[in-house]
Design a protein around this ligand. Structure first.
Ligand code: SF4
Ligand code: SF4
Length: 448
């Protein structure tokens, strides 16, 4: 009992949020894991009940039930939007996972591997860059594709095969018509006078820069076409979302402080992201560092400057472009963190729809999580793939040949699912489509 009450303090700090739940159950149908399993413990209400039981000392925090059902939560936060009582479920989940993270006897080699990678790779930018560099070599030399085709990983485990498919799905294959890496914007003819419109600090993101550098280049060019001078501070690091979702709040705080310092130069300049997961994490810095006397106020100011690329383009306005060549039927999947965390999904879709004559078809269930959720797909592979199957069925119904989404995790999850089902659908970021239309409009030039 002593250990429970002592270690229950993280949840105790969130007691008001736990008590806010009135058990009405209106969130249940919005929860993908409850819909998939029908188990109350896999619902927001059930998980809040378990957290309260730990907080009140009625359940050991080491209990398998507590661990299992908290781990099975996607962290998509769809329940927050459905909840009439305004329960801040995302913050409760973080506190609950933090209880689990500091459980010394944490079970399973996957959890121990995750803990090792978060602490000894992800917190160290040089090591992380090396790891992504190695992954790119395997991907770009075609080794990953060959391994998947050999079916050997499938024989080892579905998880191994899916991990390779995630990496392969990030590649710029023949379905991807990205603008050339070396192309730059011709002298900007559009002048913006408001500092919020004329300058932006780009958050490049560890996964985006590591595996989707083309999306960062597209973001930069599109901002420049729209009169925005772009800088990307060199000292920036991972946003900390993986750490926070895994319950490693100390790791997340460490990264948050480093980012706040890296972007601290001008309080008026927007911090622009193209990854819904990173943007939502940035908005949570204020809560994450609320007890840090040196950083709490700086965190609040930092969060207030964060915009998704779609939101930033709403500020600058979008310069007219040209229709795409060989226009395919295109659909859009909403990243949960862009929708429920950043509340910026409409702006992201609007960005995509600004491409002239785009042949858009809506996706049923676009607002439902794809099952990616950071590394959830590698930890809870079976449940993740059930959630993904539902998404892929809806994608197939659209008959779209292109699907755009504003988060690298969703891109890889949907891309991996399509790859393993041998579906030829291009996955891209909305800003890549606008970038391609700008190239066609003649706004870019090749290096001399
Ligand atoms: S965050 Fe998503 S998966 Fe978790 S309880 Fe809420 S709706 Fe369900
Ligand atoms: S909708 Fe809100 S108050 Fe109702 S059960 Fe779900 S979390 Fe609790």
């Amino acid at each position: 009992m002593t250990s429970t009450s002592q270690l229950g303090s993280l949840l105790a700090a969130e007691e008001d949020k736990l008590l806010a739940c009135v058990h009405c159950g209106l969130c249940l149908e919005a929860c993908p894991t409850y819909v998939a399993t029908g188990d109350e413990n896999d619902s927001p209400r059930g998980r809040i009940y378990l957290m309260r039981a730990v907080e009140e000392g009625r359940l050991e925090r080491t209990s398998r039930t507590f661990e299992r059902h908290l781990n099975r939560c996607l962290g998509c936060r769809a329940c927050e939007m459905a909840c009439p009582a305004g329960v801040q479920y995302g913050q409760l989940l973080e506190a609950g996972r933090a209880e689990l993270f500091r459980t010394k006897e944490r079970r399973g080699w996957t959890n121990r591997t995750l803990r090792f990678v978060l602490r000894h790779v992800w917190l160290h930018p040089k090591r992380l860059r090396m790891a992504f560099g190695f992954a790119r070599i395997l991907r770009d030399m075609g080794i990953v594709r060959l391994l998947i085709k050999s079916r050997v990983p499938r024989m080892i485990s579905g998880r191994a095969e899916f991990a390779l498919a995630l990496l392969e799905s990030s590649s710029s294959d023949k379905l991807t018509k990205s603008v050339g890496a070396q192309q730059s914007v011709k002298a900007t003819r559009r002048e913006a006078h408001d500092v919020r419109q004329s300058k932006a600090l780009l958050f490049t993101g560890c996964v985006t820069e590591g595996l989707f550098a083309r999306v960062n280049r597209a973001t930069r060019r599109v901002l420049e076409v729209n009169g925005c001078k772009v800088n990307a501070p060199e000292e920036q690091v991972c946003c900390g979302a993986l750490h926070a979702h895994a319950g490693d709040l100390e790791g997340a705080r460490h990264l948050a402080r480093r980012n706040i310092v890296a972007f601290d130069n001008d309080e008026e300049i927007a911090i622009v992201t193209n990854a819904g997961g990173c943007g939502a994490m940035f908005l949570s810095y204020e809560h994450l560092l609320a007890d840090d006397p040196e950083f709490s106020e700086r965190a609040r100011k930092f969060s207030a400057r964060v915009r998704d690329i779609g939101q930033q383009l709403e500020t600058t306005g979008v310069r007219a472009s040209s229709a795409l060549v060989d226009e395919k039927l295109t659909t859009y999947d909403t990243s949960c963190h862009l929708l429920y965390g950043q509340r910026a999904a409409d702006a992201s879709l609007k960005l995509m729809l600004s491409v002239p004559d785009i042949r858009f078809v809506p996706l049923v269930g676009s607002e439902v999580c794809c099952g990616g959720a950071g590394v959830y797909n590698l930890l809870e592979t079976e449940l993740s793939s059930r959630v993904l199957d539902e998404k892929l069925n809806h994608v197939e119904e659209t008959k779209a040949e292109t699907i755009a989404t504003g988060n690298p995790g969703c891109h890889m999850q949907i891309g991996a699912g399509l790859l393993l089902k041998e579906k030829k659908v291009r996955v891209c970021h909305p800003v890549e489509l606008l970038d391609e239309s700008y190239e066609r409009a003649g706004f870019y030039e090749k290096p001399k």
